[in-house]
Design a binder for this molecule. Structure first.
Ligand code: 5GP
Ligand code: ZN
Length: 115
């Protein structure tokens, strides 16, 4: 745990955040500033700065992040209509919180290419 990291604190339960999903490796919760009718963040419990910081040791966790995104999409009834799972990475990727996370966005048509 990185005590200066907001997502580590959320994952630890320090803020009493309601989890959409939790297991031994990952937790999921609603984004504070939703960009779509469904906007959930799925994060590892372990402090990993970004996708670029992940190693072979993180393969199972990375798989879990994506599978949990798909599970939540299915539970919310947006698997058929479609959704997007996004990992913003680094400055050009638009990453603003430096604890790896997958954005699950859905419930409206999403433009491509992104801005
Ligand atoms: P990034 O820009 O790094 O890809 O995404 C960070 C996301 O975290 C943003 O969508 C932002 O709204 C969300 N966020 C930042 N701080 C908090 C917080 O304290 N709680 C929650 N639930 N979401 C946060
Ligand atoms: Zn962290």
């Amino acid at each position: 745990m990185d005590t200066s990291c907001i997502f580590c604190k959320i994952a630890s339960g320090a803020f009493g955040t309601a989890f959409v999903h939790e297991d031994d490796a990952v937790v999921a919760f609603e984004d504070l500033n939703p960009q779509a009718p469904h906007h959930v963040l799925i994060i590892p419990r372990e402090h990993v700065v970004s996708l670029s910081s992940a190693s072979d040791a993180h393969d199972a966790m990375l798989s879990r992040l994506l599978r949990v995104a798909a599970k939540i999409a299915s539970e919310r009834g947006i698997a058929e209509s479609g959704y997007r799972a996004v990992i913003n990475t680094g400055p050009d990727g638009g990453q603003s919180v430096f604890h790896l996370h997958v954005h699950l966005l859905g419930g409206r048509p999403l433009a491509w290419p992104p801005g």
